[in-house]
Write a protein that binds this ligand. Structure first.
Ligand SMILES: Cc1ncc(COP(=O)(O)O)c(C=O)c1O
Length: 472
């Protein structure tokens, strides 16, 4: 008999045992990367709302928001109840022959909540799958007669081969093969957008672009497109019959203070919008694209193409039942208003922190419950520290920014029990992205903790962190 670890044994493992199995069966470098932070050496017992409860009884305020997944907080009671109800009634997961009432209701509700004729939905599991589904839809809409898809120069759309081909963030830095016909324009830059279109328009005036994919708010850069930019892109896409895809995988369900970020701009409607992360209420891995009805019908609404694009797990029972409840919670608890309220508190607090630490904080920006603190790394690492770094890290031009932001993250966790993470795109930012169930007083806790940590100064923070990492 194989020597298998059961659930009881797995839940009783020590940190050392978990690290050992990760080293042998998952990834050694993950253990050295994350294991040198305090949180990499702790194990979680359970989590509720904005709080994580550790095995040793300590509790940690989760300001990562689960990297977009946890707007409802951990284990929202209504989301748990919906899942229990589904399980206890022994509902059916795989709806391939029978129709799913959950897919039907969820698609209906999305059509109710989104503007215009964004009426037709498809529900795979990850953000990248939703983006790729949307791009394939656009390609099919043009019956394969156009060959170019445009994305922005700071785009992050995921790490699968297709979505990775549309990603320009240095987060995806290895030159994997790309889907054909991609080109980039500068984010929020109309001139650059027009030039990109020109590059793909022939002398007869025929445009080869089938889709434009962009994040109206870039969660990895904390930048947003102006209303004027978005409206002009919409106008041009309509004129040239280009399918306009807004990627709201991160920003959907209230995060920046509107149900979807593009809804800050009244009357603006993309041809397709993607969603994921908090769409699953922090429990189910579900994503989706929602397409304008004429675009979807032209692409797929005939018998021979009805199953041209699908995945095994799309529209699974418990995933869609959970999303149905997660969406109801986001609407009934008014997540956009919660994000705006948290945003006001955070903006005020972070502006104060920036004013008190002008040499360390270069910029604070963001919207609603999604902000970034960009630190000024200073000219170089303090003398004697560079030699102590692993060689790959010492060669990285972003090394000082990463180390300084990492040092702040480590200190917030170790000394204040607050979990944060950093976002990397062109620049490195400490991401401030609390769940939307965070209380305003808890936002103040974070601001005070950040203030204290930054008051230690860059040199002390860096020296302590490098010492800890090298020792770890
Ligand atoms: C805007 C955006 N699009 C797509 C993705 C990819 O989602 P996934 O990691 O679920 O494939 C992400 C993930 O962070 C994202 O932020």
């Amino acid at each position: 008999m194989a020597d298998l670890i059961g659930l009881d044994q797995a839940e009783a493992m020590t940190t050392e045992e978990v690290h050992d199995l990760y080293r042998r069966f998952v990834s050694r470098s993950q253990v050295s990367l994350i294991g040198s932070f305090g949180f990499g050496r702790d194990l979680v017992d359970h989590a509720e709302g904005a709080w994580i409860h550790l095995r040793d009884g300590r509790r940690v305020l989760d300001f990562t928001g689960g990297v977009g997944v946890l707007s409802h907080g951990h284990n929202h009671p209504r989301v748990l109840a919906a899942r229990r109800r589904f399980q206890e009634a022994r509902r059916m997961e795989v709806h391939k022959n029978y129709f799913s009432p959950y897919v039907a209701a969820l698609s209906h509700n999305l059509a109710q909540l989104l503007p215009g004729d964004l009426n037709i939905s498809y529900f795979p599991n990850s953000g990248a799958e939703a983006v790729e589904g949307a791009v394939k839809l656009a390609y099919k809409y043009h019956r394969g007669r156009r060959g170019t898809v445009l994305h922005t120069d700071i785009a992050f759309h995921g790490k699968l081969l297709g979505a990775g081909s549309l990603t320009a963030s240095p987060e995806v830095h290895f030159p994997y093969p790309r889907i054909p016909g991609t080109d980039a324009f500068a984010y929020d830059d109309l001139e650059s957008f027009r030039l990109a279109l020109e590059r793909h328009t022939d002398s007869a005036g025929d445009c080869d672009v089938y889709a434009v994919v962009l994040e109206p708010f870039s969660a990895s850069s904390l930048r947003e497109c102006s209303g004027a930019f978005l409206r002009e892109v919409r106008r041009v896409c309509t004129e040239l019959d280009i399918v306009l895809i807004f990627d709201e995988v991160y920003t959907g369900w209230g995060k920046t203070g509107a149900l979807f970020h593009f809804m800050h701009h009244r009357g603006l409607v993309p041809d397709v919008v993607t969603t994921s992360k908090s769409f699953g209420g922090g429990k189910s891995s579900i994503s989706g694209y929602i397409a304008r009805e004429p675009v979807f019908r032209a692409a797929y609404d005939n018998l021979s193409d009805a199953t041209l694009h699908s995945t095994t797990y799309y529209g699974f029972g418990e995933e869609t039942a959970t999303a149905l409840e997660a969406v109801a919670v986001a609407v009934e608890e008014d997540f956009p208003a919660r994000a705006r309220e948290l945003g006001e508190r955070l903006e005020k607090g972070l502006a104060g922190v920036a004013a008190r630490h002008p040499r360390l904080v270069r910029e604070v920006k963001g919207r609603g419950a999604l902000h970034g603190v960009f630190l000024t790394p200073g000219p170089a690492l303090p003398a004697g520290l560079r030699e102590r770094l692993p060689s790959a890290m010492a060669r990285d031009p972003q090394a000082v920014s990463k180390l300084l932001t990492g040092a702040v993250i480590a200190a917030l966790y170790r000394d204040h029990g607050i979990l944060t993470f950093f976002g990397s795109n062109r620049l490195i930012a400490l991401i401030v992205s609390p769940p939307l169930v965070t209380e305003p007083d808890e936002a103040d806790l974070f601001v005070d903790a950040l203030d204290e940590v930054l008051s230690r100064g860059a040199t002390r923070l860096l020296a302590g962190f490098v010492r800890e990492k090298v020792a770890g």
